[in-house]
Design a protein around this ligand. Structure first.
Ligand code: PEP
Ligand code: MG
Length: 593
C-alpha cells in the first residue's frame, strides 16, 4: 500500500524530553521485529560485503560444530537437518545475490538480507504442499543465526544517522546517546526505557525530544514512510500524519520556538521568586558543548559535572594527564564561575562492560559495585582522578563531589584518599588547590537518613533524586515495565528532601538538588517550599526553570509544600503540582497541554 493510502496512526508513549519533532523514521537497533536500515558509500561496499561473508562463515562454523556434536551423541535426523542447512547456505540466493544487492542498492547487509528472507517467506507461503511450506522453518533458523552474527559486527553509531531522522529503537544505551548529533536526530522513540535512565538524561542535555514505552512493533513499514511526528510533551507518536496534522504541528513548532526564544532572553534576569527569594541556578553538564548555553542562559556555575562522560572507558581508565587537560579546559570554560566535578560514576547502567572487566557480571548492577564503591576498589585510578581534579583546582573554583555514598565510612575513606593525594602533590612540588570543597551526594536512603552525620564531614550536600527515587522506592530507574512506580512525588521522597534540607541548614552547609526533578518546572514551587534554594539542571532547562522561579511566590510555595506533605499518594501530589503550574505559569505551553 502506498504511503498516501495509509491511515494516520497514533501511538502513545511516556514523554521524557519535551519538544516537538517532524522527521523521517530511522530504525536504529535490532529487536525481534526490527532490523536497522542505513546507506553506505561506494567505498564502504567492500567492507560491508566482507562483514556479510564473515557472518555467513561464522554461521557455517556454528552448524559444523553442532553437527559434530550430534554425530557423537545425537539422533541421525538432527545430523541430516544440519547437513541440509549447510547446503542451503551455499545457495546463490544467500551468497552471491545478497552481495550483488549490497553493491547495487548500497544498503547495509542485514537490511538486504531481511528483504531476501521476507521474499522467501512470501514464496513459501504460496506453496500448497504443507511439507514444503514447513521447510521455511529451516530458512528461518539459518537466517536467525546469520543475523546474530551480523548484529555483533554492526558498525553503525548514532553519529552516522542521516539528517532529519527520528530514531526508532528498542533500547538506548547512555554511550549510544552520547554519540547522537542533535543536528541530525530530531527525536528518539524508544520501546523500552526509564524516565531518568542515563540515556534519557543525555537526550535531555542535547535537547532531543524523547518518548519511551512506545510499542511500535512492525507498524513502521519504514520504506514507505516520509514523515513521523513526535510530540515529546504528550508522548504521542504520529505515523502517516495527514497533511492537516502536519500543518498543525509545523505551526506548533513555530510557536514553541518563539516561546523558548522569549524564555532564553531572560538570561540576564535574576533567578528569584516574585517576593525576592534568591535561588541559585546552576547547570548539570556532561559535554563541552553545553558551556556556551550555560553562559548564555545565566547559569551561576556547574552544580554537577558528570566526569565519566568525557572518556570512553573501553580498555582502561584515562590517565592523570588526560584528565588534567580536560578538567583544566572546564575551568577555563567556566570563566571564573564555580564548578563541582563529580568523581566517576561507573556501573549501574553506565560503562557496564568496562566495570565488569574489573569485577564480575552482577545480577543487580544498580545495587552493586557502582560509583564510589567501584572507585574505592580501584584506588590507583581513583587517586589519578583526584590528582587531576586537585591540579585543575589550582586554576579556579573547583569542588569535588562523591556519588552514591551509602554511609560515613565511604565518605571518610574517600576524604582520606583526597588528603593523601593532596599531600603527595605538594611533596612533588606540583601546584594544587589550596582548599577544595567536598560534597556528598545524597542518593541512597541510608545516606538521606544519616545525612546529619554526613553533613558534619563535608562542605555541601547534593540530592541526586534520580537515584534517591530509585533506591527509596525499589524501582530500577531504567526498567520501563516498572516506570508506573517511579514517582519523584512519592510522599517518602518529599519527606526525605525536607529532612535533608533541614539537616543541611542545621549544620550550616548548603543543599542543592541535581536530579531531574529540578529540571521539571512543575516541581519548582514544591522544591522551594521544602526549603531548597539551589538547583542544578541541564543547561537548556535553565530558562524554563528560571521562568518558573520568577512566577513563584515563596509564601505560596511554602503553603503548597505543607499541603503536599499532608497528602498520602504520589499521584495526588503530582496532580496538585500540575494544576498549580497551569494556574501560575499558564503561558508555558511546553508543560501545560
Ligand atoms: C541523580 O541520581 O539524581 C544524579 C544526579 O546522578 P545520575 O543521574 O548521574 O545518577
Ligand atoms: Mg545518581
Amino acid at each position: 500500500m502506498a504511503a498516501k493510502d495509509k491511515k494516520e496512526q497514533r501511538l502513545q508513549g511516556t514523554p521524557i524530553c519535551v519538544g516537538v519533532a517532524i522527521g523521517k523514521p530511522f530504525v536504529f537497533t535490532f529487536s525481534d521485529d526490527l532490523v536497522p536500515e542505513f546507506s553506505i558509500s561506494s567505498n564502504e561496499v567492500k567492507r560491508e560485503i566482507t562483514r556479510y561473508q564473515k557472518a555467513l562463515d561464522a554461521s557455517r562454523q556454528d552448524i559444523i560444530r553442532l553437527k559434530d556434536q550430534l554425530e557423537n551423541e545425537g539422533p541421525l535426523e538432527g545430523i541430516l537437518i544440519m547437513e541440509a542447512h549447510l547446503q542451503m547456505m551455499q545457495d546463490p540466493l544467500i551468497t552471491t545475490r545478497i552481495e550483488e544487492e549490497i553493491r547495487t542498492t548500497r544498503k547495509n547487509a542485514e537490511y538486504i538480507f531481511q528483504i531476501a528472507i521476507d521474499e522467501y517467506e512470501e514464496k513459501f507461503n504460496k506453496i500448497p504442499n504443507k511439507f514444503f511450506r514447513d521447510r521455511f522453518k529451516d530458512i528461518q533458523d539459518i537466517s536467525r543465526r546469520i543475523m546474530q552474527h551480523l548484529r555483533k559486527s554492526v558498525r553503525i553509531t548514532l553519529a552516522d544517522i542521516p539528517p532529519n531522522s527520528i530514531v526508532f529503537t528498542h533500547e538506548l544505551s547512555p554511550s549510544d546517546t552520547a554519540e547522537a548529533l542533535s543536528s541530525s536526530i530530531k527525536a528518539f522513540v524508544v520501546q523500552e526505557g526509564g524516565e531518568t535512565s542515563h540515556a534519557a538524561i543525555m537526550a535531555k542535555a542535547k535537547g532531543i525530544p524523547y518518548v519511551v514505552n512506545v510499542n511500535f512493533g512492525t507498524t513502521l513499514g519504514q520504506a514507505e514512510l516520509k514523515s513521523v511526528i513526535v510530540d515529546g510533551r504528550t508522548g504521542e507518536v504520529i505515523i502517516h500524519p495527514t497533511q492537516r496534522t502536519l500543518a498543525k504541528y509545523r505551526d506548533l513548532q513555530k510557536q514553541l520556538d518563539i516561546h523558548l526564544t522569549n524564555l532564553e532572553s531572560n538570561g540576564t534576569l535574576e533567578s528569584e521568586t516574585i517576593d525576592g527569594y534568591k535561588v541559585l541556578l546552576s547547570a548539570n553538564i556532561e559535554m563541552f558543548e553545553e558551556f556556551d548555553m550555560l553562559h548564555k542562559y545565566g547559569g551561576e556555575g556547574v552544580g554537577l559535572f558528570r566526569s565519566e562522560y568525557l572518556f570512553s572507558f573501553n580498555d582502561d581508565f584515562p590517565n592523570e594527564e588526560e584528565q588534567y587537560v580536560l578538567y583544566r579546559q572546564i575551568v577555563e570554560k567556566m570563566k571564573g564561575l564555580p564548578v563541582v566535578i563529580r568523581t566517576f560514576d561507573i556501573g549501574g547502567d553506565k560503562f557496564r562492560s568496562f566495570q565488569q572487566s574489573f569485577t564480575h557480571v552482577e545480577d543487580n548492577p544498580f545495587l552493586g559495585c557502582r560509583a564510589i564503591r567501584f572507585m574505592l576498589k580501584q584506588q590507583e585510578a581513583f587517586k589519578n582522578q583526584l590528582r587531576a581534579i586537585l591540579r585543575a583546582g589550582a586554576l579556579g573554583e573547583v569542588s569535588i563531589m562523591f556519588p552514591m555514598v551509602s554511609g560515613l565510612p565511604e565518605l571518610l575513606e574517600a576524604k582520606q584518599l583526597l588528603k593523601e593525594t593532596c599531600m603527595e602533590l605538594k611533596s612533588e612540588g606540583i601546584e594544587t588547590a589550596e582548599h577544595i570543597r567536598i560534597g556528598c551526594m545524597i542518593e541512597v536512603p541510608s545516606a538521606a537518613i544519616t545525612c546529619d552525620i554526613l553533613a558534619k564531614e563535608c562542605d555541601f550536600l547534593s540530592i541526586g533524586t534520580n537515584d534517591l527515587v530509585q533506591y527509596s522506592l525499589a524501582v530500577d530507574r531504567g526498567n520501563h515495565a516498572m516506570s508506573y512506580l517511579y514517582s519523584p512525588t512519592h510522599p517518602s521522597v518529599i519527606r526525605l528532601i525536607k529532612m535533608i534540607v533541614a539537616e543541611g541548614n542545621r549544620n550550616g552547609i548548603p543543599v542543592s538538588i541535581c536530579g531531574e526533578i529540578g529540571a521539571d518546572p512543575r516541581f519548582t514551587s514544591l522544591l522551594l517550599g521544602l526549603g531548597v534554594h539551589e538547583l542544578s539542571v541541564a543547561s537548556r532547562y535553565i530558562p524554563i526553570v528560571k521562568n518558573a522561579i520568577r512566577n513563584t511566590s515563596i509564601v505560596e510555595a511554602t503553603e503548597l509544600a505543607e499541603k503536599a506533605l499532608g497528602m498520602p499518594t504520589a499521584a495526588e501530589i503530582k496532580n496538585m503540582l500540575v494544576e498549580e503550574y497551569r494556574k501560575n505559569v499558564a503561558h508555558d505551553f511546553l508543560y501545560n497541554h
